[in-house]
Design a protein around this ligand. Structure first.
Ligand SMILES: Nc1nc2c(ncn2[C@@H]2O[C@H](COP(=O)(O)OP(=O)(O)OP(=O)(O)O)[C@@H](O)[C@H]2O)c(=O)[nH]1
Ligand SMILES: [Mg+2]
Length: 367
């Protein structure tokens, strides 16, 4: 399945059906009176977060989403049928933005959450509902309500517990393969990973969802390499696992480059819990390893985990540390992202504002 994390769609709700003008006509019944029924309601356009989806690719091919119009009312007091709703099924973590991509209209963070994006027009009244003691044969009716239409953007920000970041070839995909059943592509060349992968690691009783994203290089925030827009997928993570290739000449510089890109991207990434790892320790001699650990510790200003994705060294300890840190740090395990809003139907309008920075970063990108 192809991965797509942005899609532009056009939506239109259904128009309401017109009311009907009709009079009762039957043999031997004089002045039968009005009996035109009301029109039916137009369908809404609703976005719904569903499980088992992790791409917006469907909306690359289906860009126009229209709900059905309501049917007009009919004689003998028959109300027109309501129009069916159109439901846009999207992966959990999808945001709906306006056409200019400036405002987040809806943020779907829990399975089953639904938001009405465009309301269907109300059904028009038929002449029967205009009758009164003074007007016994009304010829009035209401037309059906207008439809709403708009162009919107869907943007997916994957929801994971921890994100894997680092330079290309740091061993992120290898790490994900070692700890989960995900099988991303691995290669000894930069930019093997072109789009994010998710994997689930089992740590004791807990499941931890990890996101492997394409590598960052110096200047990614200016578009170098694959750019930094994939950092959007770790924006919702509670922790970052920062992998540094231990076989690199200058591990401190590698660390600083990635930190620099996080600072440039911002959106809260620099403040996230970070686990610094010196990877590929299997390929280093003891002396070299000790020297590199020292360099990296000095650069990071925090303890460094020594691991190897290929040999599986240090991985269980790292994951245990991750879950402990997530449980211990207040706000990390119960952050706003961690507590999805209760599932249910809400209309757009009351949604939280986008944290500064993130949106602007992704705004320039065209699929
Ligand atoms: N010796 C050793 N090699 C490793 C280890 N982890 C990864 N490698 C090698 O490093 C190379 C890059 O690994 P990937 O997992 O594709 O690296 P990545 O960080 O996902 O790279 P991009 O997707 O390009 O950003 C591959 O040739 C791996 O075999 C490790 O722990 N030890
Ligand atoms: Mg990779």
């Amino acid at each position: 399945m192809k991965f797509l994390d942005q899609a532009k769609i056009y939506i239109r709700s259904g128009k309401g059906g017109h009311g009907c003008v009709s009079f009762r006509r039957e043999k031997f019944i004089e002045y039968g009176g009005p009996n035109g029924g009301n029109g039916g309601r137009g369908g809404d356009v609703i976005v719904e977060a569903v499980e088992n989806l992790n791409t917006l690719i469907d909306y690359r091919f289906q860009q126009h989403i229209k709900a059905k119009n309501g049917r007009p009312g009919m004689g003998t007091s028959r109300t027109g049928a309501g129009g069916d709703d159109a439901v846009i099924r999207v992966p959990i973590g999808t945001q709906v933005l306006d056409e200019a991509r400036e405002h987040v209209l809806a943020d779907l963070t829990g399975a089953g959450q639904r938001v009405i994006l465009a309301r269907g027009g109300a059904g028009g009244r038929g002449n029967e509902s205009f009758k009164s003691s003074t007007n016994r044969s009304p010829r009035q009716f209401d037309p059906g309500g207008e439809a709403e239409e708009m162009t919107l953007w869907l943007r997916l920000k994957l929801i994971a517990d921890a994100g894997l970041i680092g330079l290309p070839n740091a061993g992120k995909s290898t790490f994900l393969t070692a700890v989960s059943r995900a099988r991303p592509k691995i290669g000894g060349y930069p930019f093997t990973t072109l789009y994010p992968n998710l994997g689930v690691a089992q740590v004791g009783e807990r499941e931890v969802v990890l996101a492997d994203i394409p590598g960052l290089i110096e200047g990614a925030h200016e578009g170098a390499g694959l750019g930094d827009r994939f950092l959007g997928h770790v924006e919702r993570c509670r922790a970052l696992i920062h992998l540094v290739d231990g076989t690199a000449e200058d591990v401190a510089a590698a660390y600083r480059t990635v930190r620099g890109e996080l600072e440039a991207y911002d959106a809260g990434l620099p403040d996230k819990l970070e686990l610094v790892c010196l990877n590929k320790c299997d390929a280093l001699s003891d002396e070299l390893l000790a020297a590199r650990v020292e360099e990296l510790t000095a650069a990071a200003g925090r303890p460094v985990h020594v691991i190897s994705g290929v040999a599986g060294k240090g991985l269980p300890e790292l994951l245990r540390h991750l879950t402990e840190a997530m449980a211990a740090a207040p706000g990390l395990d119960a952050g706003p992202e961690a507590a999805p809003e209760p599932a249910g139907e809400t209309a757009i309008g009351a949604e939280a504002e986008e944290p500064a920075g993130g949106l602007a970063k992704m705004a320039g990108w065209q699929p």
